[in-house]
Design a protein around this ligand. Structure first.
Ligand code: BDP
Length: 582
């Protein structure tokens, strides 16, 4: 799906601003900012803890001059499900909270007149949604006291009132989280562009269109000069002596495919870069690549998960400060603006679906929840959205599902998605599944991935506070993974740390412990050439559901939630600047 673009042939009207909002059908309309999660915009726990439907509305108008062509409402993400009404008529709906969708409203908006746009948002999560909610009411990261009768009764009482119980460790921020735009595109139009560049300067293109016309493609360099052209819907173009797209500290050089069709046009940026796994190496442009950078969340005060270009720019600037070269979009696809920014800044992305929480934590088989087809649709849509970004170097099918209790069911479920990802991606990027700390010898699926991504918390959730024992255990486990001769990334590791809490002895929750934890882990990683990546958890402290395990959210950030560095940020800054200099 093409990102909205304003040009000679296309008009984009941004509908960001303050809309009307109400949490229940009989409540008065109140002002609320779009884009932005609704949860933290009012000092009211009903907003924060809301479970169920809510409504947004505003008036929209089509300028009289724009009455020709196709008119679509483009929602970048409504979390989790949406139904869209125009003057009370249902015009579209969408399932899933992290990918864009279009609603065709051609002919429904009278030129020059206005209409009421209303969006009904459903934020309920459960075993039908990605991410997964815990319909059984079992609290993730909680002490359950399941054998206490009154606790059981209390839980039933809670459930009857309606309550979201996330099966994941980040706040369930909801609403119109990303921009909404009214787009007017020509009747005869470009629908999609697919680019597959090679290091020798060849770029294979395919342009999907609707209506009558013929396609022309011109490749422009960063100065806008034409360096190659072709006609027809599908062909190869060769750029002489191409500049490669290199991650930082190299130059992330970008070209543009300027595509025309009938009266329509579209500029699609891309970069010449390749990715490939060979033995235990991850080759980027044919050279071994080392991943070093913290995982992220889309999370900040007040905005929640709302798109904030200023925050994105500041975060990626902090990646520069850290000498970090990558992150994973844990645990859902991010706003498209972030990928465009990383294309420009040379930050590599592991792009993850919202499949987090596919694990029951009991003897119940999560692969019987019937998520297969929906998960496959989400994966296809993610790849279709992000396929041209040079910054995206690998797909992550999901985070920390059950892979050991139901190891064979897990194998069948994830293997099919693995094959689907390879078949759907025109650039055939490597594919991974991010594996939870588990009974790894019985896990059948993790070892079959192109890159083995391991989340490990030795010394924190287990062997707590004993970093020598943590090192011993980590080394034992890494010896196990060595036999597969595949690249391994430590895709999460970290310790909750209260900024400003210090200790002469490095004890859990102190800044000293966080540094000692990373020193201990990194010593083990440095010994092993097949470990090609270290991705601390997390870039910054972030919001979570309330739990006795979370004091004001998850505190494993290298930075506080307002982006102040803890000692560990300085530690990684030194480590990664030395790595960069090598
Ligand atoms: C991992 C999860 C991540 C959590 C982290 C933690 O992948 O979402 O936030 O643990 O507990 O298991 O901090």
């Amino acid at each position: 799906m093409l990102y909205p673009q304003n040009n000679r042939a296309r008009t984009v009207i941004d509908l960001s601003g303050v809309w009307d909002f109400r949490l229940t059908e009989d409540a008065p309309w109140e002002p609320l900012a779009v884009p932005g999660s609704y949860n933290d915009q009012k000092p009211d726990s009903r907003y924060r803890e809301h479970c169920g439907l809510s409504w947004y509305r505003r008036r929209i108008a089509l300028p009289a001059a724009l009455h020709e062509g196709r008119q679509v409402l483009r929602f970048d993400a409504v979390t989790h499900n949406a139904r869209v009404f125009l003057d009370g008529v249902l015009v579209g709906e969408h399932r899933g909270g992290f990918l864009p969708f279009d609603v065709d409203v051609t002919g429904r908006l009278l030129p020059g007149a206005s209409a009421e746009l209303c969006v009904e948002v459903d934020n309920r999560i459960g075993r039908h949604s990605l991410p997964v909610g815990n319909e059984g009411g079992v609290v993730f990261l909680g002490t359950d006291n399941a054998n206490v009768p009154a606790v059981e009764e209390g839980k039933r009482w809670q459930a009857a009132r309606g309550r979201n119980v996330p099966n994941f460790d980040f706040f369930n921020y909801c609403g119109i989280n990303r921009p909404v735009r009214l787009c007017v595109v020509p009747e005869n139009r470009i629908e999609d562009i697919t680019l597959v560049p090679q290091l020798d300067g060849r770029v294979h293109y395919r342009v999907d269109t609707a209506g009558e016309g013929s396609v022309a493609v011109e490749i422009r360099d960063a100065e806008g000069l034409c360096v190659g052209r072709a006609e027809g819907a599908e062909d190869d173009i060769t750029v002489e002596n191409p500049h490669l797209w290199e991650p930082r500290p190299g130059t992330p050089y970008l070209y543009t495919a300027h595509v025309t069709f009938a009266g329509d046009e579209y500029d699609q940026t891309f970069g010449f870069r390749t990715v490939e796994v060979r033995g235990h190496e991850f080759l980027l442009n044919g050279k071994p690549f080392h991943f070093h950078g913290p995982c992220k969340h889309e999370d900040s005060a007040i905005h929640g998960r709302g798109t904030d270009p200023c925050l994105n720019v500041a975060d990626i600037a902090l990646f520069g400060w850290l000498h970090a070269n990558c992150f994973r979009t844990s645990h859902y696809p991010y706003a498209e603006e972030m990928y465009a920014l990383c294309d420009r800044e040379g930050i590599v992305i592991i792009d993850e679906t919202p499949a987090v929480g596919i694990a029951a934590g009991t003897r119940e088989n999560p692969y019987a929840w019937g998520l297969d087809e929906y998960h496959a649709d989400v994966l296809r849509a993610l790849i279709a959205r992000d396929k041209n970004h040079p910054c995206v170097v690998m797909w992550s099918l999901g985070n920390e599902p059950d892979t050991d209790i139901f190891h064979h069911e897990a194998f069948l479920y994830w293997r099919r998605l693995y094959e689907l990802a390879h078949a759907s991606d025109p650039q055939n990027r490597p594919v991974t599944l991010v594996c939870c700390q588990n009974n790894y010898p019985v896990d059948e699926i993790t070892r079959t991935m192109d890159v083995l991504c391991l989340n490990r918390y030795y010394g924190w959730y287990n062997l707590s506070g004993d970093l020598e024992a943590a090192q011993y255990a980590l080394r034992r486990e890494l010896d196990f993974w060595a036999q597969f001769d595949k690249p391994v990334i430590l895709s999460e590791y970290g310790a909750d740390t209260i900024a400003g809490l210090h200790g002469a002895v490095a004890e859990m929750f102190t800044e000293e412990f966080q540094v000692a934890f990373y020193e201990a882990f990194n010593a083990c990683l440095d010994e092993r050439p097949f470990v090609i990546g270290e991705m601390p958890w997390n870039f910054a402290d972030f919001g979570t559901a309330q739990s006795p395990m979370r004091a004001g959210g998850n505190r494993k950030g290298l930075f506080t939630r307002d982006r102040r560095p803890k000692m560990a940020a300085h530690y990684f800054r030194r480590r990664w600047s030395e790595m960069e200099a090598e």
